[in-house]
Design a protein around this ligand. Structure first.
Ligand SMILES: [Zn+2]
Ligand SMILES: [Zn+2]
Length: 267
């Protein structure tokens, strides 16, 4: 039996055990896009605005859903993400910034941003100094941080069971999304290309156009964010879109989220 036959047989076996293996291709593409959007929303709302900058908080149920989703879709422990990002703000665009394109060059941050992130995330001094106040409960210690890579394995299995071979292709897109759009586009282009509303003491930029903001749930408005780091809302001018803020407002409207500062709550 050739390798080609073996792969074909495996694909048929996976599809035979899947729930929806015969949807149109556009449906799988749309589902993968929706899936990555949920992941992006969890990154900006939970890891960035809630845990790193403490501008908002969520009900325990919502917080647990987001923690679980980030585990199965990104394998990124909260403490490490928060520590690396706070370190970025503390040393922005200087030699100790973990991922500045001014220091490392745009191409390295854009396409190798994940390796820069991991180098900082595995630096005990950075995690110890900047990771304070993040979840340290039994779930975090025994599962999310200790068995972080199990999360994406669970996604791989569930994708296969739900969508067959197309589910495996969706998995590849879902796993590549945050490394490219967060570690590459925001950390790289967000300090290299675009316009500035504020003369901040760094090279932060807002990526032009609405599509960047929609794809990144508002994170593309990076110069606005560096101007007021603990603001709930990243959009400041008419025409600037911040879907992350819309989702926060929707959750706040049904009592599942709140702003931590009254002045911020008024925006
Ligand atoms: Zn930045
Ligand atoms: Zn930030």
């Amino acid at each position: 039996m050739s390798t080609f036959d073996l792969l074909g047989g495996t694909a048929r076996w996976i599809n035979a055990h899947a729930l929806w293996p015969d949807l149109p291709v556009w449906a799988y593409a749309l589902l993968a896009l929706a899936d990555t959007h949920v992941t992006t929303a969890c990154v900006t709302l939970y890891l960035h605005r809630c845990q790193t900058h403490r501008s908002i908080s969520f009900s325990p149920a919502v917080e647990h859903v987001m923690r679980f989703w980030l585990w199965v879709r990104t394998a990124m422990p909260t403490r490490e993400w928060v520590a690396v990002h706070r370190c970025h703000h503390a040393h922005v665009d200087g030699p100790d910034d973990p991922h500045s394109p001014i220091v490392y060059g745009i191409w390295r941050v854009l396409f190798m941003g994940t390796s820069l992130y991991h180098k900082a995330a595995h630096n005990e001094r950075i995690v110890e100094q900047y990771g304070k106040g993040t979840p340290d409960d039994l779930l975090e210690r025994s599962l999310y941080a200790r068995l972080s890579l199990l999360g994406p394995v669970i996604t791989l299995v569930t994708n296969g069971l739900l969508f067959g071979v197309w589910g495996l292709a969706m998995w590849l897109a879902e796993m590549a999304w945050i490394p490219f759009f967060a570690a590459g586009v925001i950390n790289g282009l967000g300090h290299w290309w675009g316009y500035r509303n504020f003369d901040t003491p760094d090279e932060s930029r807002n990526l032009p156009g609405k599509y960047w903001s929609i794809l990144t749930c508002g994170e593309a408005l990076h110069n606005n964010h560096h101007h007021v780091q603990n603001s709930v809302r990243f959009a400041v001018n008419p025409g600037e879109l911040d879907p992350g803020y819309w989702y926060f407002r929707a959750l706040r409207a049904v009592g599942l989220a709140r702003a931590r500062q009254e002045s911020v709550a008024a925006v």
